[in-house]
Design a protein around this ligand. Structure first.
Ligand code: FE2
Length: 361
């Protein structure tokens, strides 16, 4: 048993985007995030602009580098818009970083201080799959709105009922799922929470394997997917082609009222994957009764699955950028801690229709 690193929570997820001003507008107007803070030339940060977006306990930071020589510009040109950093809040940055690197994590940035008029933070970064980073951040001596360099720039939104990050999924290259599972086990002390093989997740055309790694409390869950051989190109292979390697595939956001959340998001213009209407001809035989109105679920195109401990409701957006890479999942759990295995087949058939339209199936 490997001692888990004492991670307190996911502090924020930072996305690199081509135009942070417009991305912030999109997350506010489409997903109901409120803007909390801003860093950029006006706040003394010369080389990038970043907007902090918050809803419930979820914090997304969208950042754009200002200059082409910035390493973030290289990242952005290669991968397009997507996740740069999944940052953990910790008490002792140096201890976490040294332990992680000692256990084999690749170093990205050793511990450093940043300060402004609100105090001081300590931060370090290690590398994960692809060019994804994990920061360790300590805020014990900091009283500002977010991090040093950021100023409070509130732009409230009515919200959409999104509460917290449920899980963040990485896509890795064929044959690398077990290596990255071992990485999260060895470096962070995560355990395998669940796994799926290509018999669970395959259609006539494509297949994938997935392994869910979780922290000891089960509040941080990182499924890792790899493509499996199928008759045609797996959705994971398509992602790897367009992202130029491994990276975050989707971020699942938890709501406690998915009917409300998906209504708001649809009204705001968020695009979701569509399963065929026939899905609802058989779903109730599979999952039985639910608390929600079945008509609402069908009209909003929400998916339902059940295991022995309860059920879940979920829905997936289309990619939120032009490359078929990062997308979001909206999920509500009613006792079920799984990932919607019963929906995989109809869902992947919906994804394959989209792939075919892009000429990638
Ligand atoms: Fe998911």
């Amino acid at each position: 048993m490997i001692e888990p690193l004492p991670l307190k929570s996911i502090h924020h997820v930072e996305l690199l985007v081509g135009n942070a001003k417009q991305a912030a507008f999109y997350y506010r107007k489409a997903f109901g995030f409120s803007q909390l803070a801003y860093a950029g030339p006006e706040t003394g940060v010369r080389d990038q602009a970043s907007y902090v977006l918050q809803q419930g306990d979820i914090r997304l930071v969208v950042s754009t580098p200002m200059f082409p020589t910035d390493p973030m510009s290289v990242h952005l040109q290669k991968h397009g818009d997507g996740v740069l950093d999944i940052a953990f809040l910790v008490d002792d940055v140096d201890a976490c970083y040294n332990e992680a690197v000692g256990r084999g994590a690749r170093a990205a940035l050793p511990p450093y201080d940043r300060a402004d008029e609100f105090g001081r933070i300590r931060r370090a970064k290690i590398r994960a799959y692809g060019d994804t980073l994990h920061s360790f951040i300590s805020l014990a001596d900091y009283r500002g709105p977010f991090l040093p360099g950021y100023q409070l720039r509130r732009r409230p939104s009515a919200g959409a009922g999104l509460k917290k990050i449920d899980h963040i999924v990485g896509n890795v290259e064929d044959g690398r799922m077990n290596d990255w599972g071992t990485y999260y086990n060895k470096v962070l002390g995560f355990h395998q929470f669940m796994s799926f093989d290509d018999k669970d997740i395959s259609t006539e055309f494509t297949a994938l394997r997935s392994k869910v790694m979780a922290d000891p409390t089960g509040t941080i869950k990182f499924p890792i997917n790899e493509p499996a051989a199928g008759r045609k190109k797996s959705q994971i292979a398509e992602y790897l082609d367009y992202n130029l390697g491994a990276g975050v595939q989707h971020i699942a956001l938890l709501t406690d009222d998915i009917v409300h959340t998906v209504s708001v998001l649809r009204d705001n213009g968020v695009e979701f994957l569509q399963v065929p209407p026939s899905y609802y001809d058989i779903v109730w035989d599979r999952v039985g009764d639910v608390d929600e109105r079945k008509d609402d679920i069908r009209e909003l195109g929400i998916l339902v699955d059940r295991d022995e401990s309860g059920y879940l409701l979920q829905l997936f957006t289309k990619p939120v950028e032009d490359r078929p890479t990062l997308f979001y999942e909206i999920i509500q759990r009613k006792g079920c801690e799984a990932f919607g295995k019963g929906n995989f087949k109809s869902l992947f058939q919906a994804i394959e229709r989209e792939q075919a339209e892009r000429g990638n199936l």
